[in-house]
Design a protein. Structure first.
Lengths: 242, 263
């Protein structure tokens, strides 16, 4: 049996429900939340501000630091130990790289822009939600940037390409209601710059065929354009009275 | 030839004056418009690169920022906090990503112009933690900022209370030709200094002080809703029980907005 009916009844090219809001953390220079299904990401931006230790400063351009953190009971399994771990550091690095392409850091020499992403609950696709939240927060903080990065994951479940996998789909053989043909599940987070179509994040976890890979990336790219509209609307909503 | 071809293509403006735009939003297509502050051009499109309000000046498109930290600008008059005292200069926090230097030569005071440089312990003049009302004399390409307290009204601020507000709301707190500040001063008998960097210094009686603080916060929150001056006047009259008489009041809100933009 191929994968025809998704576990939560979505279409193959459909994401979970998305809500985005800008300006949710008062003390931060810019902030946002981005919820996609049961994955919630809160992002806060501090800066540009004085950067210490000074030997890390760069006189030619500013530095963007990205911190990704899952809260202790955010996961589906056991308690997540708070603080940086190997996984969180890697995600922080790749998410930061996804955003560095759009932020005009030359405008802030010797300074640092801190982006902090916290996930109160995570149900797969957390790095994409984090990137989406972070770009809204950066724009909300008035940082100079060429565009807002949009991100979504696509993947392959039981030989079928589908968009925005949740936790149960990522562990499909465990949760499957039907007979499973292929035990392989693959997941590809994709982040793009909507105005140019450039890809700033592309990772893959799992095994899939070449054609499926191309299909999956195309599917994610198309959806990113729609997510970009939601992100912009989030900021426009904040200033609606204007 | 190429120019002619470009001119044949029609340029399209996709936004209106005073629209809110977000980074990456396309503002105009074609070559008939010019990108200015907060915008950039890629191929035949002009896009925004900062969150802000659109301001059109003929062919020039620029955005007026609505959020973000204070960015130091020459001739700005600001309130800064002393964070370090050196041999010949002070280092001050100006509420931005960069610290500023105040040389001992640039200190004005009772001695008048040129009566310094000071010798000895600079803490006698400004010590760590003091707030100083000063002006920016220079901003380098690397954002090194020089300050001066030599000028009319520039001085150390004694006592009083410091309030932090959004930098981009400062023109509204000052008002047209200082009308808003004068209104608050008149209502609460306060001494008040507003720095361009979003720091406000306030000194008056404790009871009235809280009214002044609330008035400032009200301006900050409601600055984008028309009829601001009237609402603040009503608020102050209700809270203080005083009748306010302002000669320059109730000018057209449009003028106020234009004034804001020019600043």
């Amino acid at each position: 049996m191929t994968y025809k009916n998704r576990l939560d009844g979505r279409k193959m090219n459909e994401t979970r429900e998305i809500t985005a809001k800008a300006g949710v953390i008062k003390k931060a220079d810019g902030s946002a939340f981005f919820k996609i299904g049961k994955t919630w990401a809160y992002a806060a931006v501090y800066g540009p501000r004085d950067f210490h230790p000074r030997f890390m400063q760069d006189p030619t351009k500013g530095v963007l630091r990205f911190t990704y953190a899952m809260m202790p009971f955010s996961g589906m399994g056991e308690r997540v130990r708070p603080g940086p771990n190997r996984r969180a550091k890697e995600i922080g690095m790749v998410s930061g790289n996804a955003l560095r392409k759009v932020v005009n850091l030359e405008d802030y020499p010797n300074a640092v822009v801190d982006v902090v992403v916290e996930l109160p609950q995570a149900d797969a696709g957390s790095r994409c939600a984090g990137i989406c939240a972070a770009s809204i927060a950066l724009a909300d903080a008035g940082i100079s940037m060429t565009d807002m990065v949009a991100a979504v994951a696509s993947g392959v479940v039981d030989d079928t390409v589908c968009l925005d996998l949740d936790y149960e789909e990522e562990h499909y053989p465990e949760f499957a209601k039907e007979k499973v043909d292929s035990e392989d599940v693959a997941d590809i987070p994709v982040a793009i710059i909507p105005s140019t179509g450039e890809v700033t994040l592309l990772q893959m976890d799992g095994i899939m065929k070449k054609e499926q890979l191309i299909d999956a990336i195309e599917l994610a790219k198309k959806k990113c354009d729609e997510i970009a509209i939601i992100q912009r609307a989030a900021i426009h909503d904040k200033y609606k009275g204007n | 030839m190429e120019n002619k071809e470009n001119k044949q293509q029609e340029s399209k403006l996709l936004v209106k004056d005073r629209d809110v735009v977000v980074p990456g939003q396309v503002l105009a297509e074609g070559f008939d418009f010019l990108p200015s502050y907060g915008t950039y051009r890629t191929n035949d499109k002009i896009l925004a690169n900062k969150l802000g309000l659109i301001h059109l000046e003929g062919k020039v498109i620029k955005t007026i920022p609505m959020a973000g930290r204070y960015h130091p600008k020459k001739y700005d008059v600001i309130i800064a906090k002393v964070i370090d005292v050196g041999m010949n200069a002070w280092r001050l926090n100006i509420n931005s990503a960069y610290n500023a230097m105040l040389s001992s030569k640039e200190v004005g005071g009772s001695g008048g112009y040129g009566s310094y440089p000071q010798k000895g312990n600079l803490s006698k003049i400004y010590k760590i933690g003091d707030y100083v009302f000063c002006k920016i004399t220079k901003v380098s390409g690397q954002n090194l900022v020089d300050l001066s307290t030599n000028g009319p009204g520039l001085r150390k601020l004694y006592n009083g209370r410091i309030i932090h507000v959004n930098t981009h709301k400062v023109p509204r707190i000052i008002g047209k030709k200082g009308s808003m500040v004068n209104m608050i001063k008149q209502a609460t008998d306060a001494k008040m200094v507003v720095g361009q960097n979003g720091i406000v210094w306030l000194q008056c009686e404790p009871k009235l002080e809280s009214i002044a603080v609330r008035a400032i916060k009200k301006i900050e929150e409601e600055s984008h809703i028309p009829g601001l001056t009237n609402r603040i006047k009503e608020f102050l009259e209700k809270e203080t029980g005083k009748k306010l008489d302002i000669t320059e009041k109730n000018d057209k809100e449009d003028n106020e907005v234009k004034n804001d933009i020019q600043k």
